[in-house]
Design a protein around this ligand. Sequence first.
Ligand SMILES: C=CC1=C(C)c2cc3[nH]c(cc4nc(cc5[nH]c(cc1n2)c(C)c5CCC(=O)O)C(CCC(=O)O)=C4C)c(C)c3C=C
Ligand SMILES: [Fe+2]
Length: 472
Amino acid sequence: MEAATSSRIVPQLNINQNSASLRPRAKMTSFFLKTSKVAVALHSNSNDEKISIARGLSLSRPIQTKDLVGRTYSSSGVCTYPEGATESNSHTAEEKIGVMLLNLGGPDTLNDVQPFLYNLFADPDIIRLPRMFRFLQRPLAQLISVLRAPKSKEGYASIGGGSPLRKITDEQANAIKFALEAKEVPANVYVAMRYWHPFTEEAIHQIKRDRITRLVVLPLYPQYSISTTGSSVRVLRDMFRDDIFLSRLPVAIIQSWYQREGYIKSMADLIQKELQIFPDPKEAMIFFSAHGVPVSYVEDAGDPYKDQMEDCIFLIMQELKSRGVNNDHTLAFQSRVGPVQWLKPYTDEVLVELGQQGVKSLLAVPISFVSEHIETLEEIDMEYKELALESGIVNWGRVPALNCTPSFITDLADAVIEALPSAMAISTSDTTSEEAENDVVGYAVKLFFGSFLAFILLLSPKVISAFRTSIL
Ligand SMILES: C=CC1=C(C)c2cc3[nH]c(cc4nc(cc5[nH]c(cc1n2)c(C)c5CCC(=O)O)C(CCC(=O)O)=C4C)c(C)c3C=C
Ligand SMILES: [Fe+2]
């Protein structure tokens, strides 16, 4: 297997990934059902230079997929049209590109912890209740959030009284904006958090106000899980379906990008650098620690998260080997919550076992998230470090999160550019947003005159007499 340049883009918001369908290195399909005129306008835009940057990217091993209306996509995301398809020159309006970064969100202060936890546990993609028990979701969320808040607060207190996620995600958004500008693709970048401010709804509101004409949705989770990207995309799907502007907005959703060459190389760089700090770099075990999910997600709901995680680690190790780094490595899962079975092996148990087996040097690599957060700063740096040292490990190191590492940010900007041409609108109507507004006005006018006509007819002598006859 080799790292590809490309990311995976969903054809539909409700795509149900299964691991078998995810094995191809790079999968690019369009998001929505129908060609939008703006999508076509990309090809005829007078400002062709910018667009050609997006269109010209290609991969060494292109994989082609088709969308529901028969358009073909190369794995670089470049959209080609079936023979005979015509391109319209009618739309020359200026493109306004938006990038929406999906992230989890975290409490800004200790007072935010319980409401943040409530939002998290009220998500049916986090606590998956059988349909007939869904009415219990909110009361249960209230109960669990209140019970868990004291422990969580302790954790957040120990890392400075709140989550660093908002600040770091804002910095990443700015960095991606600059990287896109440097590649001559100016864009507005929005942060859309799932469980705390700025919420997805706030980002969507701003996108509408800014009159964005093309949107790329980029989750800040390298691997797809029902509980992370899946949950945010479900929320977006509901919003897009119910909104006239959004349903006509061409959108591309990148659903996972762990296999991108830029990401794999950036992770390998960080690991290689951190290994140098050990007294004997060759001896240190590379310990990948991923955020867990309940086993039922993978086994019953078909969450591709575990497969993607293993694939991701394979690619990073392959990259390291190509650089002559041949250290042992292992993967374990951290941060389990509640009484159900989570993905195994568990990080805390493996650390103890490794210590008992005589491993002396260990480099922890957080792998499911690209910013520092409570689980790196508190769980790994404090709890797991202490446990490892108690268990006999002598030399402990931890790879920092990617945050705004330039090679990583540049790669995300490339992912956005590659996704742009495949953006499509959900709407099956050919009307533009302006026409859609006219539609609304037209509908109101028809309603008014229709009612007026009905009123006159009802008062006409014939109708009145017919009415009298039928009543009497
Ligand atoms: C890819 C990353 C993540 C997956 C998968 C994930 C699943 C998942 N998480 C919980 C429960 C909690 N997660 C919490 C915090 C949290 N989770 C992630 C990432 C993933 N979660 C991050 C980055 C964070 C930290 C945010 C921050 O504030 O820095 C928390 C709150 C903290 C705590 O009390 O431990 C909970 C609870 C479940 C149940 C789940 C899968 C079903
Ligand atoms: Fe989590």
